[in-house]
Write a protein of this length. Structure first.
Length: 226
DNA sequence: GCGACAG
DNA sequence: ATCTTGTCGC
């Protein structure tokens, strides 16, 4: 896969996106995803979070060499292989996946969350930590307040204040869920920290797994892929 | 042409 | 993403 071919693939998959009106039925659990790297080696984590208690129910990881480089706009091609491996190791299929990055708030309206959602035909959305595409105005300081992110005249996402007095996070719909539902879920899943629990725990566990891989033997029970 | 650019 | 120390605040 060459970066030059990637954008064309995004355009080809884009028509498969399903963008429903608000009214997503919140499932008992959701899955947070993230990938941590050490040079060209990556570890992906899929963490199942109980929506009612925000506790970790299950953690699955996958690791291996990553060949696709980081290119803004093409993050999905770098992260999807390991994320799919990690998701396949969960004991049961997710009802909703939450990615560390963007969905529709993307140059071609097809960021990581949308791409993964379409490939797996699962509801998905993204929660990013920094701005990318879309301008937004000042957000009230109260937890739960937000401002639309507008790019080229379209509302592509929302900057959401998950805690009073902290920078906002950037929410965008991925697949089979409306932005309004993504917004309320992002706030609901952030009871204590700026980053919602699913993505926050995925970050923690992918880092932890990479550290174990570096310290322990690079073979035996730590042999890749795992 | 130049700078910016999810992770 | 990753490289990295101290520091401010609850």
């Amino acid at each position: 896969m060459l970066p030059s071919e990637a954008a064309a693939i995004q355009e080809a998959l884009r028509p498969r996106l399903i963008l429903p009106p608000p009214g997503f039925e919140v499932p008992p659990t959701v899955v947070g995803l993230d990938v941590t790297y050490k040079d060209s080696f990556g570890v992906a984590a899929a963490v199942v979070i109980d929506v009612a208690t925000l506790s970790v129910v299950e953690v699955a990881t996958a690791s291996g060499p990553v060949s696709f480089p980081y290119v803004p706009g093409l993050l999905a091609f770098r992260e999807i292989p390991l994320l799919q491996d990690a998701l396949a190791r969960l004991s049961s299929p997710p009802s909703l996946i939450i990615c560390d990055g963007y969905g529709l708030a993307h140059p071609r309206r097809f960021g990581l969350a949308s791409h993964l959602g379409v490939l797996l035909d699962l509801p998905s959305f993204g929660i990013a930590k920094t701005p990318y595409v879309g301008a937004f105005s000042d957000i009230p300081d109260a937890r739960g307040s937000w401002s639309d992110m507008v790019d080229d005249g379209e509302v592509v996402g929302r900057a959401v204040r998950t805690q009073k007095g902290v920078k906002p996070v950037f929410v965008s719909a991925g697949h089979r869920i409306a932005l309004e539902d993504c917004t309320s879920l992002a706030v609901r899943l952030s009871a204590r920290y700026r980053i919602p629990e699913p993505t926050r725990q995925a970050d923690i566990h992918s880092r932890r797994r990479l550290a174990q891989w570096q310290h322990g033997p690079h073979g035996g029970q730590f042999a890749a892929p795992g």
